[in-house]
Design a protein around this ligand. Structure first.
Ligand code: PLP
Length: 255
């Protein structure tokens, strides 16, 4: 039977990141994609021009409608917008037993510099959502905010992964894309260091969303975490190699 994955994230009108990237990724990787939309952004390749947050209880209602009807094998979270939405998502994940394969992409700021999570929600993500996660996938700026540690090299990435694991995430993937392109995966015991396959010059929109969605898709199909991360990384690398230059700002990756 077709496996089901869910994304709990924001809509991106230009179709490069957020819900749109997640559903394309689920489709490309052969799982049925479902969604609970947290916020709608007016956005293009250059900027996030506006964001409209949905009421937290309506985010919860979307999750419930899906979870009571189909077996959701894996979930990813992306843009969660406000503290109350984060609280509702954490509550629903527990209520509907969605934490076994929960991938938390702790989205804070877009590549174009727009805040995608209110400042007062950061502590709620740390203490209510991260402890439920099978894996969290911060980039370097996100790992710095969440761990309180400045990251300059791979040793610092490992230290941040260690601190984030202590918050209760079962695994931590610190993504070095913004700096050295090295990724560090920590399971509480062992560090795996991934050197970049290729470095394609340019700024790309939607890579983080796509990676966490691809991990969720691979988990939904029954893969273990390490295999899911490795397959997801190679999926994103393929999408980056096939990027599109459609707008005035960042390149969009192609699924
Ligand atoms: N917009 C939405 C709705 C998102 O969920 C995200 C990332 O999670 C972004 C924008 C940021 O995308 P990027 O930083 O890749 O441009």
């Amino acid at each position: 039977m077709m496996k089901v994955a869910m994304t709990i994230a924001g809509s991106d009108s230009i179709g490069g990141a957020g819900i749109q990237a997640d559903l394309k990724t689920f489709y490309a990787l052969g799982v049925h994609g479902t969604s609970a939309i947290t916020a709608v952004t007016a956005q293009n390749t250059a900027a996030v021009e506006g964001a409209y947050y949905l009421p937290p209880e309506f985010v919860g209602q979307q999750i419930e409608a899906v979870a009571k009807d189909v077996p959701v094998a894996a979930v990813k979270t992306g843009m969660l917008a406000s503290a109350d939405i984060v609280r509702e998502v954490a509550r629903r994940v527990k209520l509907h037993g969605l934490d076994a394969n929960l991938v938390v992409d702790p989205v804070l700021v877009s590549t174009s510099g727009h805040l995608l999570l209110d400042n007062d929600a950061v502590d709620v993500v740390k203490h209510e959502l991260i402890p439920l996660a099978l894996v969290i996938t911060p980039n370097i700026p996100e790992a710095e905010v969440l761990s309180g540690k400045k990251i300059k090299d791979i040793e610092n990435m490992k230290e941040a992964a260690y601190l984030l694991h202590k918050l209760g995430a079962r695994n931590v993937l610190v993504k070095g894309g913004h700096a050295n392109a090295v990724d560090v995966l920590f399971d509480g015991t062992e560090y795996r260091i991934y050197q970049p396959e290729v470095r394609v010059p340019g700024s790309f929109h939607g890579t983080g969303c796509t990676l966490s969605a691809a991990i969720a898709a691979e988990l939904a199909k029954g893969g273990n975490l390490v295999t899911a991360v490795e397959k997801a990384k190679s999926y994103v690398t393929g999408c980056i190699k096939n990027h599109l230059h459609l707008g005035q700002g960042a390149f969009m990756i192609k699924h």
